[in-house]
Design a protein around this ligand. Structure first.
Ligand code: PLP
Length: 355
């Protein structure tokens, strides 16, 4: 099996793939409700929340849309310092909302101070921020930003995209006062793509009651009604929920703190390897992702050719995202990837560059 060092979809363990082959259940059955309840209770530990966690049969982008549809009637402040922050802004605009961008250069963080200044100018219904910008390998200081929002504009809901970090980096939804934290299955959770999860605060659910056109599929009030009966309004991706239930067992068995430490150790390893080999890191020091590293391609490697060579050993990395293609490349260290996998990859790249 190839080792995927791309930032999602990542490798999925064989027993998780197998968990999906269990027989189908009617989704309106006590057996399914048991499964759903078992899985969702465990997700609360992952999000560090005692509140609700929704499980959607969609990818993470669906929940970017759910955030703007459910919590904003008018103004959205979108923090943008990478491709996925930019996507969330586009999602808000395409839903007819008045969205403003709060921009930092790609590779630089959006800071609490920037947010406080902007919120001083206008009231906003929600602020959207990507915790881990997968395009740049940067982690935004979400805890500090949430605190700044609380002080400057307490009615503004804080919505966080943790698609490429939740499960690999500690994000404390309740303690940090976050109103929505969303993620996808195919990254740090090491599941196949197709599920999206979101923890949502009580006050955000209250806000949804005031929003007129929440749509249908992503209407969180409708989801909540069904969630309280351990179910979903539409047919869920049952095979993926089997996989989620099993994978959460594995994650909790590893231990969340150990899991985070494993990711940090891999981040440290790749950061020092990159600098020793003459690359530099795209994201500003102090704000580097624990789950994906974006390297400036200072050695001017042909990334496609490098990947072709790596693939002969069953390894695969990612080129730079969008406008950063070839100028940068990305190595993900998330999910079930272990230090020995990373060592193997770096050894192969060393052979390629003759180091
Ligand atoms: N947000 C971030 C930070 C991402 O990395 C991605 C995908 O790579 C997305 C959102 C979109 O997620 P999905 O592809 O699950 O819709």
């Amino acid at each position: 099996m190839p080792h995927m060092f791309v930032p999602g979809p990542v490798d999925v363990d064989a027993d998780i793939l197998n968990a999906q082959t269990q027989p189908m259940l009617p989704h309106r059955s006590p057996e399914f409700e048991d499964l759903f309840q078992r899985a969702t209770v465990k997700t609360q530990q992952l999000f560090f929340t005692t509140r609700r966690v929704f499980v959607f049969s969609s990818s993470g982008t669906g929940l970017q849309e759910a955030a703007v549809r459910n919590f904003a009637s008018d103004r959205v402040l979108s923090c943008v310092n990478g491709a996925f922050g930019s996507r969330w802004y586009d999602v808000a605009v395409s839903n007819g909302l008045q969205a403003d961008k709060l921009e930092a250069a790609w590779g630089q963080p959006v800071t609490a101070q920037m947010v406080a200044e902007k919120l001083g100018e206008h009231p906003y219904d929600i602020i959207t921020i990507v915790h881990n910008e997968t395009s740049t390998g940067l982690e935004n200081p979400v805890e500090e930003i949430a605190e700044a929002v609380r002080h400057t504009s307490p009615d503004t809901l804080v919505c966080v995209d943790a698609v490429s970090s939740l499960g690999g980096t500690k994000i404390e939804t309740d303690a940090w006062g976050l109103d929505m934290v969303l993620t996808s299955s195919q990254k740090c959770l090491a599941l196949p793509p197709g599920l999206a999860l979101a923890a949502v605060s009580d006050r955000a659910m209250k806000r949804a009651e005031e929003v007129l056109h929440r749509g249908w599929y992503f209407d969180l009030l409708r989801m909540e009604k069904h969630r309280l009966k351990d179910s979903t309004p539409a047919t869920p991706a049952i095979s993926l929920i089997y996989a989620l239930d099993t994978q959460l067992e594995h994650i909790l068995k590893e231990g969340l703190e150990k899991r985070y430490a494993r990711h940090s150790a891999m981040a440290k390893r790749i950061h020092s390897w990159a600098l020793e080999r003459g690359f530099s890191l795209f994201a500003q020091d102090g704000f580097r992702s624990q789950t994906v590293t974006t390297l400036n391609n200072l050695l001017e490697l042909d990334i496609q050719d490098l990947n072709r060579c790596l693939l002969e050993s069953g390894l695969r990395i990612a080129n730079g995202y969008g406008i950063l293609k070839n100028e940068t490349f990305r190595i993900a260290h998330m999910g079930e990837t272990r230090m020995e996998d990373l060592d193997m990859l770096l050894e192969e790249i060393d052979k390629y560059i003759g180091a």
